[in-house]
Design a protein around this ligand. Structure first.
Ligand SMILES: [Zn+2]
Length: 282
């Protein structure tokens, strides 16, 4: 271990133990559980939130300040989509804009086929690619594209939707485009959320886990919409999959990870279960 690395590691240990104390000070049972699992088992591993966006409410400087204050390491993402990155020049500008900062650089494409107009060398400069299954073309029998995060999604037949939804999951997971993290898994349109347990059958869960395992794709635990659930996390853990924490935030909520901490403690995840991008950040 060289000096720089030693200082970095001891700094992280210090940050880790300070964080443990802070958490202990404002104690809840949930955080107490967290101390005993993630932090205690891996003191030198800081919490990492790989799903943060810049916005007009949150600059990169704000994100760095939150990182310093909380001890959380962040990964910043940009969408590869009509409203985000659409070509090589924009991709290069995005990567260059984050390089000076101690954050991981992530890409979040929205639809399969996203990489065909982009340079593989540029894509490889990102630390990770995360993709969620939230835009589903032909998601109902009216031929509509379903945006799962919108309240007014129209699902006329939940079982038919799940068939289509699984097809969409597999298009993403079994494709040949770069993918490190499957984001926001199992989140359902609000109109059918109360049927979550019936619709997410063991068979479907296994199919998703098998597809992730085949390509070593990690599972995001999404803090904002509180997915996936304990059962899925434990199944994925048994299958040897890694996990990430994703706050899915772009504003004052960045820095919170309440669901991630709670469910990770409940499922006894440790640093060995966490996906960490290879590049070292400051
Ligand atoms: Zn996002």
């Amino acid at each position: 271990m060289d000096r720089k690395k030693f200082l970095q590691t001891s700094g992280l240990l210090l940050a880790g133990s300070m964080m443990t104390k802070n958490i202990a000070a404002s104690m809840s049972l949930t955080n107490d559980l967290l101390d005993r699992s993630i932090l205690a088992a891996s003191e030198n591993t800081p919490l990492i939130d790989l799903h943060v966006h810049r916005s007009n409410k949150q600059s990169i400087e704000d994100i760095i300040a939150k990182s310093k204050k909380s001890g959380i390491h962040f990964g910043v993402m940009e969408n590869v989509a009509p409203w985000g990155i659409t070509n090589n020049e924009e991709l290069k500008t995005y990567i260059e804009s984050l390089k000076p900062y101690p954050v991981y650089i992530g890409l979040q494409p929205m639809s399969p086929g996203w990489s065909k107009n982009l340079s593989p060398e540029l894509i490889a400069q990102a630390d990770y690619v995360a993709m969620d299954p939230q835009i589903i073309p032909n998601g109902n029998s009216y031929g509509e594209t379903i945006h799962i995060w919108e309240y007014a999604t129209y699902i006329n037949n939940p079982d038919a939707f799940m068939e289509r939804n699984m097809q969409h999951y597999m298009d993403i997971l079994t494709g040949d485009e770069p993918l490190n993290i499957f984001a926001c898994p199992l989140f359902l349109p609000v109109s059918i959320q109360r049927e979550y347990n019936r619709l997410w059958t063991k068979k479907r869960l296994s199919q998703i886990i098998d597809a992730c395992r085949a390509r070593k794709i990690a599972i995001e635990i999404n803090d904002l919409v509180r997915v996936p659930d304990e059962q899925f996390i434990l199944m994925a853990k048994r299958a040897g999959l890694k996990f990430t924490f994703g706050s899915d935030t772009r504003d004052e909520k960045t820095g919170r990870l309440d669901y991630c901490r709670h469910i990770a403690a409940k499922c006894k995840l440790t640093s060995n279960d966490i996906f960490i991008p290879e590049r070292e950040i400051g």
